[in-house]
Ligand binder design. Structure first.
Ligand SMILES: [Zn+2]
Length: 276
């Protein structure tokens, strides 16, 4: 069953998680319902892509209202396709929420066990990873393009949580809307690195389609690396949505030839919904 369920034109939620965990909000926006113009039509949530600050802030305010999580409580990252992940606390709230300049530099993932902080990251083809360890009230998010994926950002989160006393078997993961295997064509350079990363895997998540050209399933690479890190298969949800194929819902960096907007992944615990 598809884990990401459209709530209205503006965002998807990971519905089974929301039902299981009172107070949790987790999902990803679409490209619909905002004010941006031109190639950013119309719910662009990325500051760094050439859109106007005014339109991006207005779009962010709209999402904050829809998901009922104040913009002042969001955190955002620069996202450099590296694997640095940052534990955030309430003191960090607001950083990167209303401008790119104040976002966390050189950061591609966040985690926290505190309430009232929304972990946000921007996407247009790269793989959004959502993490939760309900026993420890821990949540996390990571941005996994091919570089972050093969350099092990998923494993890095599992290891960071290990040092917080969390066993991989306690961790649940959702792999979100991103570019599908059919749409993601890469060259020998990328495939050689993927091959080295997955040398122990028999069924490789890529196919040769023409001389030096391969179609790569980046969602599946992340799933395989999570299994290797000790996360049980039944703990991992994976979407069928593709940012490129599903053109009515998503921005795609590849499909739109680099001039496009960004969707926003989000995960947070709401303060106002304390369990009785
Ligand atoms: Zn596709």
């Amino acid at each position: 069953m598809e884990p990401f369920v459209l709530q209205n034109q503006t965002y998807f939620l990971i519905e089974s998680w929301i039902k299981q965990h009172p107070g949790l909000i987790a999902g990803i926006t679409t490209k619909n319902g905002g004010n941006s113009k031109g190639c950013f039509e119309n719910l662009n949530l990325g500051f760094h892509v050439g859109d106007t600050q005014v339109d991006v802030c207005s779009n962010r305010t709209k999402v904050a209202e829809l998901i009922q999580f104040p913009l002042n409580n969001w955190v955002g990252a620069e996202q450099t396709h590296d694997i640095f992940i940052k534990k955030v606390t309430k003191a960090d709230c607001g950083r990167g929420s209303d401008s790119y300049d104040h976002s966390f530099k050189g950061t591609d993932g966040f985690y926290t066990n505190e309430k009232d902080i929304l972990l946000t990251l921007c996407f247009a083809d790269c793989v959004p990873l959502f993490f939760i360890a309900p026993d420890k009230h821990m949540i996390g998010a990571a941005h996994a393009g091919w570089k972050g994926t093969v350099h092990g950002i998923a494993r890095k989160m599992i290891e960071a949580w290990g040092s917080e006393g969390i066993n991989p078997k306690q961790i649940f993961i959702a792999i979100g809307p991103s570019i599908c295997q059919k749409c993601y064509i890469v060259d020998d350079y990328v495939i050689n690195i993927v091959q080295n990363t997955l040398e122990d895997i028999d069924k490789k998540p890529y196919n040769l389609i023409s001389d030096g050209q391969y179609s790569l399933n980046l969602k599946e690479v992340n799933r395989l690396l999570l299994l290797r890190a000790g996360v049980p298969a039944q703990n991992i949800l994976m979407t069928d949505y593709c940012s490129s194929c599903d053109h009515k819902e998503f921005f795609s960096h590849r499909r739109d030839q680099g001039r496009t907007g960004r969707m926003l992944s989000f995960i947070g615990w709401k303060e106002s919904t304390n369990r009785l």
